[in-house]
Design a protein around this ligand. Structure first.
Ligand SMILES: NC(=O)c1ccc[n+]([C@@H]2O[C@H](COP(=O)([O-])OP(=O)(O)OC[C@H]3O[C@@H](n4cnc5c(N)ncnc54)[C@H](O)[C@@H]3O)[C@@H](O)[C@H]2O)c1
Ligand SMILES: [Zn+2]
Ligand SMILES: [Zn+2]
Length: 405
């Protein structure tokens, strides 16, 4: 037998290492991926773990292998059937972090292998909202995102021959998901993804409301209604802004320790006030006239009213973060606003995801933002329903779901 020539060996080596062979043997690029996902077939029922098909990303779309996802009240709200815009069957989840598996045509903002955080509030940098410089809301894919489909009007998910809808432009309860390229942001790959997932909603929402939406000055007195993930994040923003009193108001006494751990100076349980004293009276008394800023982190419209009325006359501002049940309305006497109080609100803490998230992750890595402390429960994907049950118990701040288990 003739010895193979050096050039022949070289050619063989080159062929084995060529991207073509690599792609055809190993890669999922351009192919449908079959994976596990938690599917919500109908409202009010537990999720079921299913094998689903995830189509490749089309132009300006990104397919992400989700590593971890948080479970947020908004997922629970839509699952409950009380969300008038909720549609089924659907893959929920919007607090996710993962790695880019492949990208569609025209994607330049992220590349394969990037570690990303999913953004339910996208940032296109082209629409009227993005260009206004006044808001973090983006109008580019709002209509299709609300309908549970990708910007071209179709879904990338199927299961047992049925089409599944997307959720909040993210659908992080699937091991693989497809998002618009404006709905993902690459972050430091050294940041652990079981932590960065929580920056995709809860932590950023509260922290952003305190550092972005409220213009807190040193010494300002703050009232935070509700010490869940959102309220605790508001506290850490207020601490960073060197607020004066940071008064936490929660009906659950067990939240007192949590509030102090994050930097609150006072805790009030509104159900335990002396007869005849309201929470508004109490806060006005504690702050010599009212708070400079208050935050509703409960979603309760009565609480929202108290939060406004506990603001200082002339300048106090109340920020609504909580999401109220469908059909609920807020009310107060107009005189409250005539005399200078301001009522406002924000989504995702007013944070522009693609522009500001890398810095938030850096702040976490530098120890400036607490994230680890929020994780009270962990579950593998197969037990994701437990995370929904955890949420309704008083001892859960955030449950993180591991997607590859
Ligand atoms: N605006 C946004 O972008 C955005 C994003 C995420 C979540 N949210 C909303 O923020 C709210 C808080 O979310 P979370 O994850 O922190 O919830 P959570 O349930 O973990 O915390 C809520 C806290 O409020 C307390 N509370 C309930 N009723 C109260 C009352 N009457 N007075 C005082 N305290 C009361 C509870 O004991 C609990 O500690 C929810 O409504 C959620 O839907 C809004
Ligand atoms: Zn959320
Ligand atoms: Zn936009």
């Amino acid at each position: 037998m003739q010895e193979p020539s050096v050039s022949k060996i070289r050619r063989l080596f080159k062929k084995l290492n060529s991207p073509k062979i690599y792609q055809s043997k190993m890669s999922t690029v351009g192919k449908t991926i079959t994976c596990k996902a938690a599917v919500a077939w109908e409202a009010g029922k537990d999720l079921t773990i299913e094998t689903i098909e995830v189509a490749p990303p089309k132009a300006h779309e990104v397919r992400v292998k989700i590593a971890y996802t948080g479970v947020c009240h908004t997922d629970g709200y839509t699952l409950s059937g009380n969300d008038p815009e909720g549609q089924f069957p659907v893959v929920f989840g919007h607090e996710g972090a993962g790695v880019v598996e492949s990208v569609g045509e025209g994607v330049t903002s992220v590349k394969v292998g990037d570690h990303v955080v999913c953004l339910y509030t996208p940032e296109c940098r082209e629409c009227k909202f993005c260009k206004s410089g006044k808001t973090n809301l983006c109008g580019k894919i709002r209509a299709t995102q609300g309908k549970g489909v990708m910007p071209d009007g179709t879904s990338r998910f199927t299961c047992k021959g049925k089409t599944l809808l997307h959720y909040m432009g993210c659908s992080t309860f699937s091991q693989y998901t497809v998002l618009a390229d404006i709905s993902v942001v690459a972050v430091d790959p050294k940041a652990p993804m079981d932590r960065t997932c929580l920056l995709g909603c809860g932590i950023t929402t509260g922290y952003g409301a305190a550092i972005n939406t409220a213009k807190i000055s040193e010494g300002d007195n703050i009232g935070v209604f509700g010490a869940g993930c959102i309220g605790l994040s508001v506290i850490q923003g207020a601490v960073q802004k060197k607020a004066g009193k940071i008064i936490v108001i929660d009906v659950n006494d067990a939240k007192k320790d949590w509030a102090f751990k994050f930097g609150a100076t006072d805790f009030v349980n509104p159900t335990k006030l002396p007869e005849g004293q309201t929470i508004v009276d109490k806060l006005i008394e504690m702050t010599d006239g009212g708070c400079d800023f208050t935050f509703d982190c409960t979603g309760n419209v009565q609480v929202m009213r108290s939060a406004l009325e506990a603001c200082h006359k002339g300048w106090g501002e109340s920020i609504i973060i909580g999401v109220a049940p469908a059909g609920k309305e807020i009310s107060t006497r107009p005189f409250q606003l005539v005399t200078g109080r301001v009522w406002r609100g924000c989504a995702f803490g007013g944070i522009k995801g693609r522009t500001q998230m890398p810095d938030l992750v850096q702040d976490y890595m530098d120890g400036k933002i607490k994230v680890d402390e929020f994780i009270t429960h962990r579950h593998p994907l197969k037990d994701i329903n437990l995370a929904f049950h955890d949420m309704h118990k008083g001892d859960c701040i955030r449950a993180v779901v591991t997607m590859d288990e």
